[in-house]
Design a protein around this ligand. Structure first.
Ligand SMILES: Nc1ncnc2c1ncn2[C@@H]1O[C@H](COP(=O)(O)OP(=O)(O)OP(=O)(O)O)[C@@H](O)[C@H]1O
Length: 388
């Protein structure tokens, strides 16, 4: 157990800025997940905390003590890398016991070693492999043993760098639950790095979203999910990515695709007529109903929101099954909207479909040029919204 405070952390490699001013405060027993794309600086941040690279600027405090410049050995952190290194000639048990015999974190009696190894191997589902040699394990099993080697040793902070990356999808989600349980049981403080948003949201007490060497948002999984600070964070959370539709404010409404998509502009956002905005809709927040032809007397393909919902009518261009759900690409008045529904809600290619999204799931971002991320202004269901 321990706390971690990182202040003004900078790290460059030659011309490359890997970490560009990071501040973090992680509490005792907290599981903090850093989420970011490849090259964002996640691993470098962990290495700076571990003391494996020298920082250019900033301060690292572990359990109240300034550790900047202190040798890794004396920081009392344990780090697991994506690549797993095990002693090839030692059994799984011996591999797990060796960190407990090194003397670095105090010596453990044989009984204590067995107890710690049992707790960790049970959690990781590898207790039946204790007598095997690493070459007799699958890649996923080897990765779990490597993670076990890190977790078995007491440390102030555990630094885990994509430790589940070599596991298949099913095992990953099982291990996620187990890791969460391990954290809760032993109250360990963990800094966990991943590029997998599901992992970050499932495991993190809080999540820090990283981009180009900076942390752009910190919050609980619910906070970052519900209110992403900008379109970058919004796109980082969710697969398929959030739909971002360019619109314009017209007479108090946000209009996309020449009126095919149309939501009230919440007064609290103070949007000006003519202002460009982006409407963000997550594919899984959309539900489908069968289209009722002729409902719109004006002949338009759209409907206005009613009872706090955004309704749209479109035509399915593409429908693809993804396990139990179906991903559809729907043309709404010339704008493509990606929708993921259960098989029940799915329609075939060429079918007309009515789409429905609760206004609290309709995110409003500032307008911007293609490729440029913009900040979140709020949701379409902001307080003071007038409903029609
Ligand atoms: N030893 C190094 N020498 C030079 N450049 C490096 C070195 N290590 C990392 N970098 C660069 O620093 C930036 C951040 O790298 P880092 O490995 O921290 O990112 P990451 O977010 O962990 O990425 P990934 O998810 O791919 O592991 C990248 O541009 C990378 O190319």
């Amino acid at each position: 157990m321990g706390t971690l405070k990182v202040q003004g952390l900078h790290k460059t490699y030659g011309q490359t800025t890997a970490v560009d001013g990071i501040d973090l405060a992680i509490e005792n027993g907290e599981f903090f997940a850093i989420l970011g794309p490849s090259g964002a600086g996640k691993t470098t941040t962990l290495k700076c905390v571990a003391g494996l690279v020298d920082v250019d600027d900033g301060r690292i405090e572990i359990s109240g003590q300034d550790m900047t410049g202190v040798e890794p050995y004396h920081r009392n952190v344990a780090m697991a890398f994506e690549s797993y290194a095990l002693y090839p000639q030692k059994s799984v048990f011996e591999n797990l016991a060796s960190p407990l015999r090194s003397g670095r974190s105090g010596r453990f009696s044989s009984q204590q070693q067995r107890e710690r190894i049992e707790t960790v191997t049970t959690t990781l589902g590898i207790s039946h492999l204790l007598n095997r040699l690493p070459r007799e394990l699958s890649n996923g099993q080897r990765q779990r043993v490597a993670l076990g080697r890190v977790l078995v040793r007491p440390a102030d902070i555990y630094l885990l760098d994509e430790p589940l990356s070599h596991l298949d999808a099913k095992l990953r989600s099982a291990m996620r639950a187990e890791l969460k349980q391990l954290g809760q049981l032993s109250d360990i403080t963990t800094l966990y790095v991943t590029h997998d948003y599901q992992e970050a949201l499932a495991l993190g007490d809080r999540v820090g979203v990283m981009r180009a060497g900076r942390i752009v948002q910190v919050g609980t999984p619910e906070e970052v999910w519900k209110a992403p600070v900008d379109t970058f964070v919004a796109r980082a959370l969710g697969q398929p990515e959030m739909n971002l539709l360019d619109g314009r404010v017209e007479s108090g409404r946000i209009v996309v695709s020449a009126g095919s998509i149309d939501v009230p502009a919440p007064p609290s956002l103070h949007l000006a007529d003519g202002q460009r905005v982006r409407v963000g809709i997550r594919p899984r927040d959309v539900s489908t109903a069968s289209a009722e032809p002729g409902r719109d007397s004006a002949g338009r393909l759209s409907m206005r929101d009613s009872a706090g919902r955004l309704s749209m009518r479109g035509t399915v261009e593409l429908a693809e099954r993804l396990g139990r759900s179906v991903e559809m690409s729907v043309d709404v008045g010339g704008t493509q909207v990606i929708v993921v529904t259960s098989s029940d809600g799915a329609r075939g290619e060429g079918d007309h479909v009515d789409l429905d999204v609760p206004l609290e799931h309709v995110h409003i971002f500032a307008g911007g040029d293609a490729g440029a991320d913009t900040t979140r202004l709020g949701s379409a269901a902001m307080e003071g919204t007038q409903r029609i």
